[in-house]
Design a protein. Structure first.
Length: 448
């Protein structure tokens, strides 16, 4: 049998090499290469055993429902014992707040390498969680954390959970590199993951990530953990979205909606109220559409402002909608609907800090631009769904009936959609007016 060779890792970028270098060939960092420890050496595990797939049953997958139903949704219906959940997000977005709120539902060991005991206590009091069940640990040595958490005594407790806040502040003593380095993050999280599997308890790991993703961290451990959730939002607004990015125990693309208040995160129950400003719908430049976010449908408002430009190159700006897509739609409006936008600045904003990832919003964006240019409002309670092709045609969208149902439930009077979706709309039970259009110029003629 071939002898297993030693290998070297760069503690800055995590690249592995068969020999030592003074300067890392991958990231050009000096003096960052260290010999890797054979950390797994001597760990004798049980003899592996194959089981027939037919004996594995869905009911074996238990889920623990936390008191936060939005969190349960993004986890696929609850926290699975033995699973590792990563909550990533920018500093200050509310990860620790969310973690403390989840902690109150379990017998939790909360490991904090970032804050003092009194800070954590004050936060918990402010939020009003059940602090009787939470133990706090400020030690950051992963092996010691595991020793404490998985000690025979504490293993007797029911419904336990380990929270690491954050992965950038814990370390393994036998691994080279400072806290937060690639090798530390990777090794610490794999060790926590194997502990989770062994003891069948959930582990929640918090990781900081910056907008440009330059700081090593969450991106690196996406493949080690079972579920990756990203916490996003606008710092100026109190609205927060928890997105599922990966989930071995459920569907991705789920979202949880929260609002940051003076007493912690509150779940948003009436989701459409957040994105839909019912007062401004009757002013020019606004149009409403429906987006699918995992298992839910969300209505949102596209706001547009078209003004005469003072520049030789008119400006196009977009918040919540892809800028290239906006430029394309403007070109389509010029060519196929005869709108002269060349001497106008065009600004697009999606209300409530919502971000659109679907082309089904094309029609609403185009109609909002036309509305602002013509200074004519879209009739109130009109929903729009449709993709716009380069030739100006309105195309059908995926799962049209789900979107129509949401318009129906929210009391809309009228839906503007493509010819291709007309049939689906007619059988959906929507009682208002259904306007099917072939192309963008027809849509503009009918509405204005
Ligand atoms: P925090 O959870 O500490 O963020 P992270 O762990 O992601 O860095 O909290 C972020 C912000 O939320 C902080 O600026 C204070 C604010 N906040 C509230 O507005 N209300 C609250 O009840 C709490 C606990 C925090
Ligand atoms: Mg924090």
């Amino acid at each position: 049998m071939a002898k297993k060779k030693d290998f070297f890792v760069c503690i800055s970028c995590g690249s592995e090499f068969s020999k030592w270098f003074g300067k890392c060939p991958a990231c050009d960092e000096w003096d960052s290469i260290a010999e890797a420890e054979k950390s797994q050496r001597g760990l004798k595990s049980k003899k592996p055993e194959a089981v027939p797939l037919s004996t594995v049953e869905e009911k074996d997958l238990k889920r623990i429902e936390t008191g936060l139903s939005e969190f349960n949704i993004v986890c696929g219906g609850g926290v699975v014992p033995g699973s590792v959940i990563l909550i990533g997000g920018e500093p200050g977005i509310g990860k620790s707040t969310l973690a403390v709120q989840i902690a109150g539902n379990f017998n939790t060991l909360y490991v904090s390498g970032e804050e003092s005991l009194i800070q954590i206590r004050r936060r918990a009091d402010r939020i009003g969680v059940d602090i009787g069940k939470i133990d706090i640990l400020t030690c950051t040595d992963v092996d010691e954390i595991i020793d404490i958490f998985a000690s025979p005594d504490s293993m007797k407790e029911e419904q336990r959970c380990l929270i690491i806040d954050s992965i950038q502040t814990v370390y393994l003593s036998e691994i080279p590199g400072i806290k937060g380095s690639v090798s530390q993050i990777r090794e610490s999280s794999s060790r926590l993951a194997s502990m989770a599997k062994r003891t069948n308890t959930p582990v929640i790991i918090i990781g900081h990530i910056t907008k440009d993703g330059t700081i090593a961290g969450p991106k690196l451990l996406e493949h080690i953990v079972d579920t990756v959730l990203y916490f996003e939002g606008d710092f100026l607004k109190d609205f927060r979205i928890l997105r599922t990015f990966k989930n071995r125990y459920g569907s991705v693309n789920e979202v949880g909606l929260f609002r940051m208040t003076g007493s912690g995160l509150k779940e948003v129950k009436d989701k459409n109220k957040v994105f839909l400003n019912s007062f401004s719908s009757s002013t020019a430049g606004n149009a409403v559409s429906a987006a699918l976010e995992g298992s839910r449908t969300i209505l949102f408002e596209v706001q547009s402002l078209v003004t005469f430009t003072g520049f030789s190159n008119p400006r196009r700006m977009s918040d919540g909608f892809d800028l290239n897509r906006l430029i394309l739609l403007i070109a389509v409006l010029e060519k196929h609907a005869g709108l002269k936008l060349g001497s106008f600045d065009v600004f697009i904003n999606v209300s409530g800090g919502f971000r659109i990832n679907e082309t089904s919003a094309d029609l609403a964006v185009a109609m909002a631009i036309a509305s602002s240019l013509k200074d004519k409002a879209v009739p109130e309670r009109t929903g729009m769904i449709g993709e716009i092709s380069l030739s100006g045609e309105i195309r059908p969208v995926s799962q049209c009936s789900r979107r129509i149902l949401e318009f129906k439930n929210s009391g809309f009077d009228r839906i503007l959609l493509s010819e291709g979706d007309k049939r689906e709309a007619e059988v959906s039970g929507f009682e208002g007016e259904i306007i099917a259009v072939k192309n963008i110029s027809e849509a503009i003629d009918i509405i204005y």
